[in-house]
Design a protein. Structure first.
Length: 398
């Protein structure tokens, strides 16, 4: 007597990211009497099963005793045949159990060096390929930023909103941004994050995880060419603020330079890890926007070959795999009895996940299951997918 979810597949291969967001659940409940027996067959393939004098074939069930109820088994899900005897019955129902749709805001540094270095066009090709392949499964927004001192800072170009199936809009916005302004172009990263990116993502009300995918090729500034430690602090503080409000950040650094420490700091800030305390904090412009520790974290950041569109595309796919949702909704069809939720089972790549609110799975509500801590990270690295089994007795129809 179990609820089976056997076809939820969320796989993010490094080179070809695919995402099956809808999964079927088979709800099977059967009563038994002494001497009764049951067997299982696949309703999807039209196989037959028998038990207690009942047979199942092609989605139709009949048999001795009380006539069982059978509702189609769906794509490859398990079907349990009816039981004979008084009170013997079987119910099976296919239900959508879906991970929430992730939102990714792609933010590209439009400073002069992005054009001068030859990075712009390969990155554009890679970004548009990734968006085109994932636009039905991920909500994308797109923003480029630069600045022209003293009056146009920041100077922004991008899409008007965040949506599924946004490839055409992003391609059009990228074309506009590809026209380089003639003046000296700055990199007001902290200002752009605080004034535009974070408010826009917070105002976007659709459920699901939210991320910033940030691509840059050098140091931030305040449109004033001041000490780099001050502008770096602005950005660390902004990325930490975003994380505290539920927005993660993936960091891409293009080209050579001495800003690897800054990339590591931003990656740590975007993943909620400690950020190493900077030097030269006695500068008058340093405001202490960020929160720092003696030892920084080791969060992943990406440094692909910026002149190779294929390498960029592969790394973008790898980064967006981290946007995989760890929250699953029951779509208003059934609810889990929270007092007995621990009797359910969640498996990632066939390995059971503990029922644990720190590093396992838990029920956020009767209709929402969440993977937390180590379990969420395990899902993001999964190669086979996730499955769920719940005893029928703890499931309530809505």
């Amino acid at each position: 007597m179990y609820l089976y979810l056997v076809s939820s597949t969320l796989i993010f291969p490094r080179l070809s990211w695919s995402l099956a967001l809808a999964a079927g659940i088979a709800l099977s409940c059967s009563g038994t009497n002494e001497g009764d027996s049951s067997s299982q067959g696949s309703g999807a393939s039209g196989a037959t099963g028998s038990g207690g004098g009942a047979t199942t074939s092609g989605g139709v069930t009949s048999g001795g005793g009380e006539e069982p109820i059978f509702v189609g088994s769906g794509g490859g899900l398990l079907a349990t045949s009816g039981n004979g005897g008084a009170g013997g019955s079987c119910q099976q129902l296919d239900i959508a159990f879906e991970p929430q749709t992730p939102t990714v805001m792609i933010v590209v540094d439009r400073s002069g060096s992005m054009y001068d270095s030859g990075f712009w066009e390969p990155l554009k090709t890679a970004v548009l390929n990734v968006v085109e392949s994932l636009q039905a499964k991920v909500r994308f927004g797109f923003l480029t930023f630069t600045g022209i001192a003293p009056d146009q800072c920041p100077l922004l170009a991008g899409t008007d909103g965040i949506a599924l199936n946004s490839h055409a809009d992003i391609a059009a916005a990228y074309e506009v941004a590809s026209m380089r302004p003639g003046q000296k172009l700055e990199t007001p990263t902290g200002m752009t994050f605080n004034e535009t990116i974070i408010p826009d993502l917070l105002a976007f009300g659709e459920p699901g995880p939210k991320y910033i995918l940030f691509v840059t090729d050098g140091e931030p500034d305040r449109c004033d060419d001041g000490p780099s430690v001050c502008a770096r602090d602005d950005v660390v503080g902004a990325v930490q603020s975003a994380y505290e409000q539920g927005i993660g950040t993936f960091v891409f650094g293009l080209g050579d330079g001495d800003f690897a420490e800054h990339l590591q700091d931003l990656a740590n800030a975007g993943a909620g890890q400690p950020v190493r305390r900077p030097q030269n904090t006695t500068q008058a412009c340093f405001t202490g926007a960020g929160t720092y520790a003696d030892v920084g974290g080791t969060a992943m950041y990406y440094t692909p070959d910026p002149t190779n569109a294929n390498a960029l595309e592969n790394e973008l796919n790898a980064a967006i795999s981290g946007a995989k949702s760890c929250t699953f909704d029951l779509q208003g069809s059934i609810a889990v009895d929270l007092e007995h939720a621990s009797e359910g089972q969640v498996l990632i790549d066939g390995v059971p996940v503990p029922y644990d609110a720190q590093n396992g799975w838990t029920m956020e509500s009767p209709t929402q299951l969440v993977l937390v801590g180590d379990a969420c990270e395990q899902l993001k690295a999964a190669t086979q997918g996730i499955s769920f089994n719940f005893p029928c007795e703890i499931i309530d129809p809505l």
